[in-house]
Each structure stands twice: as C-alpha cells, then as structure tokens.
Design a protein around this ligand. Structure first.
Ligand code: GLA
Length: 778
C-alpha cells in the first residue's frame, strides 16, 4: 500500500512502514522504516529539528540558513550542496562540474509494477500484489530528470527501488555513480555480510558499524563469492533490515556512519571503474534494489527474502515445482569418461531412484583437460561416438531426465572459435591478456557473439532434447576492452556485458521454456538475484565437504531460499578438503537444499548403494518441505558452537525436519538438547531420527570388543565386513507436546563417548549428524 497526504509518503506492507516527507525545499527527507504504523502520522515528531546552525557545516542556501543537508536523512543524496557523506548520484557535466541538486517535481502511484527497460531483469508481481510510487525530481539548473521508483510487496514485506536518470538536454553527461537505493537510518546497527572465496563462499561476518565508511563490493565483473550483494543491518531491538540487488555484475553496498550518528546504506552498480556516457535524449536505469524490514530479527528478514524470491524472482514452470534429484558425472569422472561409463553411471543411479543425469564438462570439442575447446559446442565423437542425441535418448529410456553442462561465455585459445574469431575474445590490442583457468571471456557486448551463442547452443540443446542446463562461468574479468564499434566509453563495458548476458539468457529461456537452468560460476561466484531471474537454482559451491557445507549453506540461506541451493553428496575423502565424513552425514547436510549426487556410484559397495537408495526415498518423501518449507537456524555453524541445528517446517507446521550436526565428536559429553521453536505449541508431535546406517569402520579396532576373531584396523577383514554389514543408528522416539519442544526441548539419547555402546547410543563421530522428524499427531 502506498499513500500520499500533503507532504508525506507512506509505503506500508503487511508488517512494515516506510515514510518520507518533502521538505520546504523539495528534498526528500527519510522519516522512518520499521514496524507497521496504523494510526495517523505526525511528520513533525519524526522530522529533523532545524532551528540552529550546525557548527562547521554548510547551509543549503541563504534562504534556508539552518537547513544542513549533512544532517538530514535523505532518500537520495547529491554532492556540492552541503552533504559531505557519500552521494547516491555522481554525474560529470561540462568541464568536470559535479554539483547536483534534485528536488521533487511530481509523482504518481500505480497498481502493479512498470517494467524496467534497457535490458535489465527484475522482480515481478501482479497488480494486486504490489504498488508502485514513481517520483520525478528535477535538477535545479541542468536538463536532468531523476526518477525514483519504489514498489511495495505486501506478502513479503519487501520494498524494491531503482533510479532512472534522463538527459533532457543536448549535451552528453557522464554518469560516474547512480545508486539503486539509499536509506539514512538513525540508531546503532550491526552489519552482516556474506564473504568468502572459491570453496568457502558466503561465510557470515557481523560487525558493529562505527563512524566511517564500510564497503561491501565486487570488482571482478561478477556478483562474486568474495562479497555477496546481500547484506543485513540489525539493531539492539533485534529489528533487521535486509538489502539485495537484482544484478549479476559489479555491485557496491556502502555503509557510512556520519559524524551525527546517522547510518547511510547505499546499494547499486559499483562506481569503481564505472562510467556511462548519457547523450542528449537518453536515459539510464539502475538495477533493482530489494529491501526488507523485520521486527523478528535476522530470521524474520531472511524469511521475507525467501518468500520474495520464491514468489517474485523465480519464474517459469519450475517455480514452486519440486526439483529433480540429480547425478552429475564431474567428480565421478572429471574429463575422463566414455559413453559406456556414463551409461553405467546413469543406469546405477536410476536404480537408486535418482531422477536426472547431468553430463558435465568434457563432452565437446577435444576437451580432455581445461586447456582447450571452450567455444566449440559440438560433441566429441571420440568420447561419445553415438552422439549427444543418442546418449540422451538412452538415458531417458532409463526413466531419467537429461541435463548438460555448458560454459558459453568463455573461449579457449585452442579452439575453432578462437581460430575463426580472435576478435570475439576480450583483450586489449597490444597487451598480453591475463588468464584464468587457461581461458578467456567472450565479448558479450557484441551482437554477433550473442547471435553465435544463441544459434549454436539452441542447436545442441535441441539435438539432445535437454531437460536441464548447468550454465557455468569459470573465470572473472581482466583487460576490459571491446572492438565493438559502439563502445566509445570502456567504463560501460562490464555493465554492457551483463546486459548482453541477460539478453542472451532471455532468448534462451524463451526458446527453451521447459528447461530447468542451474547457474554456476566455479561454484557460487555468481549467486545472485539477477541470475535467479533466469535460473531457479544455483550450484552453491564446488566444495561439497559436509562440514564446509554447514558454513556455506547456512550463510547462503540468510538471503536465498533452500530451493535455490544446489547441494550434492560427493565421495570421501572429499576432493576439496580431503576430509572424510560419513555418507549419511554428507546426505543430511545436502538434504537441506536441492539434492544431487556427484560421485562414482558404480564403484560403491552394496551397503553404500542401499544407503543412497534409502536417502533418495527419504528426500523424495519430504522434498516439498526440504525445498520450500520455512527454514530457521537454531544453532549456528558460523559461530563458536560445536553443534549446528537447522529446522525446516511445512507451512502448517504439521511436519518439521531438524538437522542436528556436530563439528567434532565430544568426549564424555553432557546431554544434547533439541529445542525447536518453530513447532505448533498447541499440538502434539511424534519425534524420531531418520534411521541411518553406521559404517562399522567407524569403530576401528574397537570392533574386537565384540568380534569373535581379531580384526585389524584397515585390514581386509574389516573392509570385507564393512561392505556387507553396518549397524543401525539408535532407537529413539518421543510423543511430546509442542510446548515442551519449544519451551524446554528434548533431551536426546547419550552420544558415544568412549564408555560403552548399546542400541540407544547416538554414534555421530566428527562431522556427524542426524535428521529428526517432527510429525504432528493430533
Ligand atoms: C566448475 C564448476 C564445477 C564443474 C567444473 C567443470 O568448477 O563449478 O561444478 O562443472 O567447472 O569444469
């Protein structure tokens, strides 16, 4: 709901209100963003008091000697008129002049949401789901018009924002910065960011915001694993603000605490390296910023984002549809596979209930390692003599879907594509280009490159009748340059690249409406809302180690729902960490996401295959909750806690699945308590752990305590026994009220601690875990 009364604009959603007012000078003063206000609003009580000078400050003008923009909470700020904080807009006009002053000229309120233009992607909502406010501001001297657009989404307590700059004059100007949104806040806040690198994406960092500037950004051309565009601010009252950006390129979130205790938050395209020439009559629009408020802290803000993404970002036939369990051959074979090997892998996977076979890297050109063939999207007849179509047919006959890996944005020097079109590669004439994973990036700002990719990819995908595409992107940008004649200002390059990518993806998803796309960029280097407008899910990380994944998936889950997170069970020792964890534990963690397997199933023993079969059946039985349920974190991986507890509940709370994981095995521990607040406190539940298999090898030579013959640790006898035999996990069962679970918690069976073992003992070990089922029974 959006209303305007006199000077006041009120943007309210189900549980939040956002207010700003127009000052006597026509500036927009931010007044409030918090819990929903239902009574009449007094502007005066929220507005900045301005009867005195600010020492050392600059007043707006002589008619307003006590109006100091430096201590006004503003909706959108400029430089040169007395606000010395970072500004939202920076435009260079004649002779390097930069002073700007925009004031309100008019506004309109619309049902629904007008579409973005200029090739960007955005959230969507029906006319009864959202309302839009469009404010038109005019520069006082120059022929520049600034449109600030706000859309409220009732159901998820989200407001989205964007800015559009029109050049109504004849002369060109250069945009150096144009933020998507700015909010100036009162009070003390902590900042939460999601930082990392390859293999350790989106770890949670929380810090107190002190005077000065903090920047969370990316300059590598992708939204990045280094610093995700999602951030949260949280105060002492546990009120939480969330921000994200519908964009896949360089972003910047700037947080500045001013000398007067106000905190400015700004998000948008990263101005670093960016400049955009706006000729007369042209306009430029920013990506859409997504903002949410919750009075229920980080958990509440996170759930708002989940609702928003599932309803208003993910689109197409896979929206709210259960995603298939996949087998991916990458870690099973890497580049070294034959048709027979793939078919065997598919066949054995199908027998375990796995639903989608994904052929990863290495099927095209002469790609036997990562040095060649990117760009040549035709099948390698040596590896797949029957062709892609035949392979896909045979896999479909097994009752599975067929998926394919591609990395279309890239080119290898050793490729037909490079031979024929060296000018399509991003490089600066006369300079030796920098390289990542032996590969280079194609210039997607060029129409001919995009056309080539569309034609080649469409042909191949049709040939193989694909149901799923993994769209990878394994290096980041350098040597920014384009031979594209339209590119007169290379400060535009990276943004034009993203627009080119979005154009190509729009065409492809339109041509292949039924295909499920999964985005990937060396794992999670481009996990963002821009890509999610095309691709319902993203490969969260190349690191599939169960312990590492607790940190990565938990961090990712704050801003993105479980339905967006690809999570695979891989082999042990893990290929990224060399850590050994139990097959059951690898599953338990991967089950909190979109499940897949990425290991050579054909080499597993009977016990292991039976274990996977049971896992797959379990996941299918609970998949709608594990992908679309309401997710809460009870004990955090990203903390000092040795235990990690997550819960995911069905909408009506009739079924809840709870992950209990531990980092290390405690010795002689006290009792573990499972306290879950997301239950229905008026209901009664049955609570029990998913039955797991315990590999007898976990016990090492302790097996000799029960074995009639001596068993050597690591010896053949132990190995043989473990193939045929395993222990069942503990017997544990409760019938208990929701209030007991929520207010006191369940004291679980004792963990193994070196003092004995019986049918009740919970044997978890290092990185061990269980999934508990809570089923309402009345
Ligand atoms: C990237 C992806 C992996 C795999 C390889 C193939 O690293 O993240 O999942 O597809 O590329 O080269």
């Amino acid at each position: 709901m959006i209303t305007n009364k006199d000077r006041l604009f009120n943007l309210s959603t189900k549980r939040s209100t956002y207010l700003f007012a127009v000052t006597e000078t026509g500036h927009l003063e931010h007044l409030y963003w918090g819990r929903r206000l239902n009574k009449d609003i007094s502007i005066d009580s929220f507005a900045e008091k301005r009867s005195l000078n600010i020492g050392g400050g600059t007043a707006y003008d002589s008619d307003h000697p006590t109006l100091f923009l430096s201590n006004l909470a503003l909706e959108y700020s400029t430089t040169g008129k007395g606000d010395y904080r970072e500004s939202s807009i920076d435009v260079e006009y004649q002779k390097g002049l930069r002073t700007l002053d925009f004031t309100l000229q008019s506004f309109r309120i619309l049902k629904g949401k007008p579409r973005l233009f200029g090739g960007l992607v955005e959230s969507y909502g029906e006319a009864d789901q959202c309302t839009t406010l469009e404010l038109t501001l005019k520069e006082k001297l120059l022929p520049l018009r600034l449109l600030l657009t706000y859309t409220t989404f009732e159901d998820s307590d989200v407001i989205t924002r964007r800015a559009t700059l029109h050049n109504d004059g004849q002369e060109s100007v250069v945009i150096r910065n144009l933020a998507s949104a700015q909010v100036d806040l009162e009070g003390n806040w902590d900042l939460i960011t999601f930082d990392g690198a390859w293999g350790r994406e989106r770890h949670v960092n929380r810090k107190e915001i002190k005077p000065g500037i903090y920047i969370n950004d990316s300059k590598s051309g992708v939204s990045s694993a280094d610093h995700n565009p999602a951030i949260f601010l949280i105060n002492e009252e546990d009120e939480c603000l969330g921000f994200n950006l519908v964009y896949s390129g360089n972003h910047r979130e700037l947080i500045e605490r001013s000398p007067f205790g106000k905190t400015r938050v700004m998000t948008g395209i990263n101005p670093s390296g960016f400049s955009w020439t706006l000729t007369g009559g042209e306009r430029f629009q920013t990506p859409e910023a997504v903002m949410t408020f919750s009075a229920r802290g980080l958990e509440g803000a996170s759930q708002n984002f989940h609702t928003f993404i599932n309803h208003h970002i993910i689109r197409g036939p896979w929206k709210f549809r259960e995603r298939p369990i996949l087998i991916n051959n990458w870690e099973a074979t890497y580049f070294n596979f034959t048709e027979d090997k793939l078919l065997k892998l598919a066949r054995e996977s199908a027998a375990l209930g796995i639903e989608l076979f994904v052929l990863d890297d290495g099927w095209f050109g002469v790609r036997n390692d990562d040095t060649t063939s990117l760009g040549d999207w035709t099948v390698n007849p040596k590896k797949l003599p029957s062709g892609l179509g035949a392979l896909s047919d045979r896999i479909k006959k097994m009752g599975m879907l067929f998926g394919l890996w591609v990395e279309p944005e890239m080119v290898s020097i050793e490729s037909e594509l490079y031979k024929n079109h060296p000018d399509w590669m991003i490089a600066i004439p006369g300079r030796n280009p920098s390289v990542g994973r032996n590969q280079y990036i194609l210039d997607l700002t060029r129409e001919d490159v995009r056309r080539y990719l569309f034609t080649t990819l469409s042909k191949t995908w049709k040939l193989a009748d694909v149901n799923y595409i993994k769209w990878d992107m394994n290096r980041i940008f350098s040597d920014l340059y384009s031979l594209n004649a339209e590119m007169s200002n290379h400060g535009e390059f990276l943004h034009r690249y993203i627009l080119g990518l979005y154009e190509l993806l729009t065409k492809l998803v339109t041509e292949f409406p039924a295909v499920l796309f999964e985005s990937c960029a060396s794992g999670g280097n481009r996990f963002d809302l821009g890509m999610h407008c095309f691709m319902p899910q993203t490969w969260t990380s190349d690191n599939t180690d169960a312990l590492s994944r607790l940190y990565i998936q938990e961090g990712t889950s704050y801003a993105y729902p479980l339905s967006t997170m690809g999570a695979h069970v891989s082999s042990a020792p893990n290929h990224q960490t060399l850590r050994r964890s139990e097959l059951e534990s690898r599953f338990n963690v991967a089950a909190f996401g979109v499940l897949g397997y990425e290991l050579d199933i054909t080499t597993l023993n009977h016990q292991q295959k039976e274990t996977i079969k049971a896992q797959v059946a379990f996941y299918k039985a609970h998949r709608s909750i594990l992908q679309y349920g309401s997710f809460t974190r009870i004990k955090l991986a990203n903390s000092d806690s040795n235990q990690v507890v997550w819960a995911v509940a069905s909408k009506d709370k009739s079924e809840i699945l709870v992950l209990f994981a531990q980092k290390l095995n405690p010795v002689n521990p006290g009792g573990d308590i499972l306290r879950v607040q997301s239950v229905d406190t008026n209901a009664t539940y049955e609570v029990f752990p998913r039955q797991q298999k315990i590999d007898i090898k976990m016990f090492g030579d302790l097996l000799n305590m029960v074995s009639p013959v001596h068993i050597t640790e690591g010896g053949i006898a132990q190995e043989t026994m473990s193939k045929a035999l395993s222990f069942d996990s503990e017997v544990e069962h409760y019938r208990v009220s929701g209030e007991q679970i929520a207010y006191g918690g369940i004291k679980l069976n004792q963990q193994f601690g070196g003092t004995g073992y019986d049918a009740m003992t919970r044997v978890l070990g290092d990185f061990g875990s269980r999934i508990y089922l809570f089923k309402r029974i009345d």
